[in-house]
Write a protein that binds this ligand. Structure first.
Ligand code: NAD
Length: 411
């Protein structure tokens, strides 16, 4: 199923609960603006390559639009549109004053040199600089992009518009970034896992966890939960899956990945399993932290974990979501589970506008406060209305955006 259609299914489930009028639904679903651009770049070989880039601005009822930039071979307009709408609901669930947007370039970063990556980023900014800005649309990192890409983006934007550190978040700490942004999404997943376990009356220590993806989100989630005395029994990346029943030594695996081009390739301290097997392990918590649609109609019936935290965006197809829900599996949805990243991005933007450096302690405290509030609201709503955590989170987000849009005057 196309990604945007899948997101709409969740939207309508919540909109039914909220009894939203059809006209308001159409307004809330439809993206405000969509841009597709050609990015012609000279590769290191001297060859010309024409890439395609996108930026979709979904909704700005609650503030400037906010959303990551994804560099991945499967990026297309439909996926970017879906991710942009998820950002609208996500910023509303955690109640930060933003709307939603997303962007991306269809490219495989693993095949690019650093110079090529920089040239592509700068060329992309040449095409979209009029559309973004600290008061209108603020990009951030996502799959395939990192703090370096954000620094180039800011530098290129500033050539057109003057000094504006708040145009992008996820920048290096040494270059107007905020301490704790890099860990924020994974830390948030970890914090929320502990809150959920608490609400379910389960102990944190010894909880067996499997994590798909060992990039930014996966590694920080693993680190946080390992320090909280959970047992990370399985991890994976594009090189495959790794299992150790007694628990993986996460700091060791992290060092290994750093030394091996950010991959766990042939990690010797665990047994090899496939990426498919990882999703079907008998664990307490499953955390997909890599790609979309990892859990789908084909494998959903074999998922055994009683709790799933969606650290990645859209890792569960709607048809699989229904099946898992019927099986009584508790799912903390992406628009809440991975909202730690955009929350600390918001703090970074505030810091840039205040010209005042936040401390790591303050970032962590405020992240905890923001996510705890969002979690409690979502949990209570799901109990009150007898709906899944996903529907409750969507209800919370959609309700806030709908009220802001109506109060602000739509037409
Ligand atoms: P990343 O590029 O840093 O890491 C992705 C990881 O997934 C890598 O380890 C890669 O090897 C692995 N991977 C890719 N395909 C895989 C597969 N088929 N099986 C197993 N592993 C696979 O990306 P990231 O920033 O960690 O983002 C991961 C997910 O989290 C994405 O869905 C992204 O949209 C979402 N997310 C990221 C942030 C953030 O702050 N970075 C915030 C919110 C949501």
């Amino acid at each position: 199923m196309p990604a945007f259609q899948a997101t709409q299914q969740y939207f309508h489930r919540a909109a039914d609960q909220l009894e939203l009028a059809e006209s308001l639904r159409v307004y809330l679903i439809t993206p405000r603006r969509e841009l597709q651009v050609q990015i012609p770049v000279e590769m290191d070989s001297g060859q010309l390559r024409s890439l395609i880039g996108y930026r979709v601005q979904h909704n700005r009822s609650r503030g400037p639009m906010k959303g990551g930039l994804r560099y991945h071979p499967e990026v297309d307009l439909d996926e970017v549109r879906s991710l942009a709408s998820l950002m609208t609901w996500k910023t509303a669930v955690v109640n930060i004053p933003y709307g939603g947007a997303k962007g991306g370039i269809t490219v495989d970063v693993s095949k690019l040199s650093e110079r090529e990556l920089e040239r592509i980023t700068r060329k992309f900014v040449d095409e979209i600089h009029d559309m973004i800005g600290p008061d209108s649309d603020i990009p951030a990192p996502d799959m395939g992009t990192d703090h370096r890409v954000m620094a180039w983006l800011m530098d290129q934007y500033n050539k057109y518009h003057g000094f504006n550190p708040g145009v992008v978040t996820g920048k290096p700490v040494e270059h107007y970034g905020i301490p704790g942004r890099e860990e924020a999404t994974g830390r948030g997943v970890g914090l929320l896992a502990m809150k959920l376990l608490g609400r379910l009356g389960r102990k944190v220590a010894g909880t067996r966890v499997a994590i798909q993806g060992f990039g930014n989100v996966g590694t920080h989630t693993a680190k946080f939960l390992h320090e909280a005395e959970c047992k990370i029994v399985a991890i994976s990346d594009t090189s495959g899956g790794y299992y150790r029943a007694a628990g993986i030594d996460v700091p060791h695996a992290l060092r290994y990945a750093i030394d091996h081009n950010r991959l766990l390739h042939e990690y010797p301290e665990a047994d090899r399993i496939s990426n498919e097997q990882l999703l079907e392990l008998d664990v307490d918590i499953l955390i997909p932290a890599a790609i979309g649609n990892a859990i789908n109609a084909t494998n959903a019936a074999r998922v055994r974990a009683p709790i799933i935290l969606e650290a990645a965006n859209s890792p569960i197809e709607p048809v699989a979501d229904k099946l898992l829900d019927q099986k009584g599996i508790i799912i903390l949805p992406d628009i809440l589970a991975n909202a730690g990243g955009v929350t600390v991005s918001y703090f970074e933007w505030v810091q840039n506008r205040q010209y005042y450096q936040w401390s790591l302690d303050r970032v962590r405290q405020e992240l905890d406060k923001t996510l705890s509030n969002a979690f409690e609201h979502t949990w209570n709503l799901s109990r009150e209305r007898k709906v899944s955590l996903r529907t409750a989170a969507f209800m919370l987000g959609i309700g806030r955006v709908a009220r802001a849009a109506t109060l602000g005057g739509i037409s």
